[in-house]
Design a protein around this ligand. Sequence first.
Ligand SMILES: Cc1ncc(COP(=O)(O)O)c(C=O)c1O
Length: 501
Amino acid sequence: MMTTRIANTPLLSLALDRSTMVPLQMQIYDQIRDAILSGRLAPGTGLPATRTLATELGLSRNTILGAFDRLLAEGYVEGKPGSGTHVSNILPDDLLSTRGRTASQSRSSAPAGKTSQLSKMLTKGHYRRRHSAAGARAFRPGLPDLDNFPFQLWGRINARFWQHPPRLLLHSGDLGGYLPLRQSIAAYLGAVRGLRCSADQIMITSGAQQALDLIARAIIDPGDDVWVENPGYAGMRATLIAAGATIRHVPVDQNGISVNAGRKLAPDAVLAAVTPSHQFPLGVTMSLARRLELLDWADDANAWILEDDYDSEFRYGGKPLSALQGLDDAGRVIYVGTFSKVLFPSLRLGYVVVPEKLLAPFMDLRASIDDHPALALQPVLHQFFEDGHFASHIRKQRKLYAQRQDQLIQALDKSAQGLFSATSHDAGMHLVAKIDPDCTLSDQDISRRASDIGLSVPALSTYFAGDFKGRRIKQGLILGYAGLTEKEINKEVKRLVEAIV
Ligand SMILES: Cc1ncc(COP(=O)(O)O)c(C=O)c1O
């Protein structure tokens, strides 16, 4: 992270973190807004010209203009970007009501300047915001195709159900989620992913992320060792850290997480969090031998395994391996799935398959968070399953994504020679492109330039963390292709190349 003091505005310094998924424009907006709210930038203070700021921060002027436009639209600043902007004399109403009170009007007895307590986790920045809609940019990994989603069908099912909803459903719901949907999911997981589970074991959550959070809170006591994959998914790490885990970064090789390395690093870890079907972000599939090794370790250590099966529906080649959960005779695997990739991310529907012996404590934990998951969309999704639309949507998308992956490889071959290239992956929604040895830019340089022209191309090196001792941190680019048409792929690859040559 780099902090830049802004000349002529002594109280404004901006710390931009280019390694996160939070767009730079959003980071600038957030930090200026915070400076205004905390009083560091007083009403009437002039903000630097957008051009100056762009030069000082080494960003495009459009990035700054975007942040300023939002501050203007929300009333934090006044004036016109380009011809002088200053902090508003009257801040938005809601701020006035809570912050505009003078010290004498305040009922608080806290000494001036002292902030009430915030948890250390929060103040140390362990919690991270995920993408906003503004983050839906070309190549963003995990973004599905949305043009071919059968919205008309979805809308019809929704209308049919909610015109005459069963009265009972309007009062309350089942703690684990809508039972018919859980039955559909259990049947699907058994038939397609080789899981052994009943509908009772399925707990509907708000996306996979909430499932990860539930598991972390259920299993971890502060200070417990947890294995996470290195490189790995930042959202997983953040959730585990928030639950107090001591993160043990275990390297991933071509067969998945290295159980040997994990045993050396932290033999008594309480949990191993893994993505066996399609390792995030490298894309390798955990071999059968490694799966058995991992299960053996969990038995020896009396530990749990969190299997995050976030995009397993999209497999194009290679030997399909059923889920780790299906191999587990001891009931140690806690399986997580999501509809964010198969349907659309804002649906916020995912699920945990809870081992029988954990069912009661998980339900207790769930009850302390919320009565039950929001019910409006669950019956709709259930009908979508029952009418066969879910299976047929996956079939169509799988075919489409395979074509898009080919198209991306071809476009890189054609336009990005000498810079980076990719070979086909058996599964998933993104490719990891290798940087050519002749290319003088690092993956983070390329990612920054991509961001400046509105593309989201995360650098592989930023997914590595911690004590990756002695091993070379790999360079590469993560390129999501599922949400781009073939025409868009060609166009955006050309733009990316133009931005870096
Ligand atoms: C590996 C992995 N796990 C979990 C998630 C969270 O998915 P959801 O959107 O369902 O919360 C993501 C999202 O990108 C992911 O990449």
